[in-house]
Design a protein around this ligand. Structure first.
Ligand code: C5P
Length: 215
């Protein structure tokens, strides 16, 4: 079984994907990680975020182990790291260099320890449209920018990272504009939509489980 969950930043995709992965024995691919990894490589190399050629080269040489290693860096999910990820994700050459790595995961989904999973669950922006257009079930999860910015702000606070709510809101709106301007980031026509602004994660999870079991 292949499930995709797309939608804007901090809409609740990751939490839902982790819970579904656990319940249905699915290997989870958080596809934002590939862009965060390339963005962080750009920051570490002190490259300009406008340097398309360097970003493409880094995307072409990205491996799973390197991505996992980079994910341990505090800047992987910081405000600066998120901005870098969103900048490189806007480069078509970077996207195409990272396409196969994401698609191949669904051919042989395995857990981190190498054991076989019963399928894969993806979360991202284009997983139901570009990465896995033939997925069995596609969800599109969203929430208002204010609710999403507040979630991210609390996340930064809980990690002891400095953040200002208005800055996080501004960045959320900027990232939405960049992420939704490109092809493939609109909801798949056959996606099931959830607006999580006024829903608890348990409600979203229960709804998603019902849909999966009805299929
Ligand atoms: O989901 P996350 O916030 O970790 O994604 C980081 C950035 O990666 C997003 O802002 C978006 O620009 C990009 N992204 C993407 N396509 C995906 C997943 C993430 O363009 N499938």
């Amino acid at each position: 079984m292949i499930i995709t969950i797309d939608g804007p930043a901090a809409a609740g995709k990751g939490t839902l994907a982790s819970k579904l992965a656990l319940k249905y024995n699915l290997a989870y691919f958080d596809t934002g990680m590939v862009y965060r990894a390339v963005g962080l490589e750009m920051l570490l190399a002190q490259n300009s975020l406008e340097d398309v050629e360097k970003a493409e080269k880094l995307a072409q040489s990205l491996t799973f182990p390197r991505m996992i290693e980079l994910s341990k860096n505090p800047d992987f999910r910081s405000l600066e790291g998120s901005k870098a990820a969103s900048s490189v994700a806007a480069m078509p050459g970077v996207r195409s260099a990272l396409l196969l790595m994401q698609q191949n995961f669904s051919q042989n989904p395995v857990f981190a320890d190498g054991s076989k999973a019963d399928g894969a669950i993806y979360d991202g922006r284009d997983t139901g449209t570009v990465i896995c257009p033939h997925a069995d079930i596609k969800f599109f999860v969203t929430a208002s920018p204010e609710v999403r910015a507040m979630r991210r702000f609390k996340e930064y606070e809980s990690k002891g990272q400095k953040a200002d709510y208005n800055e996080v809101l501004e960045q959320t709106i900027e990232r939405d504009a960049r992420d939704y301007a490109r092809e493939g980031s609109q909801p798949a026509q056959d996606a099931i939509h959830f607006d999580t602004s006024d829903m608890s994660i348990e409600e979203v999870f229960e709804k998603a489980c019902k849909i999966i079991e009805n299929r």
